[in-house]
Write a protein that binds this ligand. Structure first.
Ligand code: ZN
Length: 354
């Protein structure tokens, strides 16, 4: 049975090709140093909390004005999508970081260590989720790191078993996800960039851990799998993956069988053969129609053509138009122009292809 990708928007309409982003937006220069990941904050204490709030409200306004239907808080209150979550997890030693190769050694990073049973030190994202909910009537999406990506970003000096560590994280993610749902979040998206790096582990335990993280949620659930931000190590890694990127072929069948309802994937300017999306039968696809690895802004016509090519492999009612990945490291003016292009492209697509 055909179903629309999202429920009614705030105007009560059912729309084709609703728009969203992968999640993050650049931060204003008065909140954090621009154009970089892991940017240090520009304020502290109460002043930082006020700056995060202001940036969150601004991110919502810019998305709404650009025609983004399912908005996010832009990850304005977190320094990084993984460490924003880890900061409130007890049992982790941040003081004694160790060097670890992550994403199968694509990056070397200094990572914290799990040294005791993990637990949440209270809520993680209540502040920005509630600020965002209070200031938009649009559908609101919130991103959390997935269990496999968390496991790939910290050293384990306690559990001695990656699967046990993953399920420990899944329990904590589930606790926070349920609380976010109670805060009024409509879509909870788990970010799993590790999913196209460790394909065997995805099938062995990655999807089981993700399913545990989403257990009991009644809001829409999504997973974002990706080939990474448009930063140098990712661009080099992608260059080495060959003419066709077929990693998804090995994990989509298992994702299709999972209860996760939406899958967010890179599409435009990617070497992923679009026919692989057929393996996601029954899922809504948040398809990347905006490239975050280039500052060139897509035209609405180009976005229509990308959506049209997606319609050959995904029912049009199951397409959400999105960005390939987060826009955190981009220039603000470029990110804003891309948001506007996304809104305009989706409107044009509704006229031409609806
Ligand atoms: Zn991504």
């Amino acid at each position: 049975m055909a179903h629309h990708a999202e429920g009614p928007n705030d105007r009560g309409d059912i729309i084709l090709f609703p728009t969203t982003t992968a999640g993050s937006l650049p931060k204003p220069e008065w909140l954090a140093e621009p154009n970089r990941l892991w940017a240090p904050w520009k304020a502290e204490g109460e002043a930082l909390a006020r700056a995060k709030r202001d940036a969150t409200v601004l991110a919502l306004k810019l998305q709404e004005d650009a025609g983004i239907d399912i908005v996010t808080e832009g990850e304005q209150a977190r320094q990084h999508f993984v460490h924003g979550f880890l900061e409130n997890v007890g049992g982790i030693d941040f003081a004694n970081k160790v060097e670890m190769g992550i994403r199968n050694d694509r990056y070397k990073a200094m990572v914290p260590q799990a040294i005791a049973p993990l637990r949440l030190n209270g809520r993680v994202h209540a502040f920005e989720a509630r600020v965002a909910r209070a200031h938009t009537t649009h559908q609101l999406k919130f991103t959390l790191p997935g269990p496999m990506t968390l496991v790939d970003t910290i050293a384990d000096s306690h559990y001695g078993d990656r699967v046990k560590l993953a399920f420990a994280f899944a329990d904590l993610l589930n606790e926070e996800a349920r609380a976010l749902e109670a805060d009024g979040i409509d879509v909870i998206q788990f970010d799993e960039p590790a999913f196209n790096v460790y394909m065997d582990a995805v099938n062995d335990w990655g999807i089981a851990a993700l399913t545990r993280a989403a257990e009991g949620l009644t809001c829409t659930t999504a997973v974002h799998i990706c080939y990474g931000y448009g930063i140098k190590p990712n661009i080099e890694w992608k260059g080495a993956l060959g003419a066709e990127w077929r990693q998804y072929e090995r994990i989509f069948p298992a994702i299709a069988k999972s209860p996760i309802r939406q899958v967010s994937v890179e599409c435009v300017n990617s070497r992923v053969p679009l026919e692989l999306l057929k393996l996601l039968e029954g899922k809504t696809v948040q398809a990347g129609v905006i490239d975050v690895a280039t500052d060139r802004v897509e035209t609405p016509d180009e976005i229509v053509r990308t959506i049209e090519s997606l319609m050959a492999v995904v029912p049009k009612e199951s397409i959400v138009a999105s960005t390939n990945c987060g826009m955190a490291p981009m220039r603000r003016d470029v990110a804003e122009a891309k948001l506007k292009a996304l809104g305009a492209g989706a409107r044009l697509a509704r006229e031409r292809l609806g």
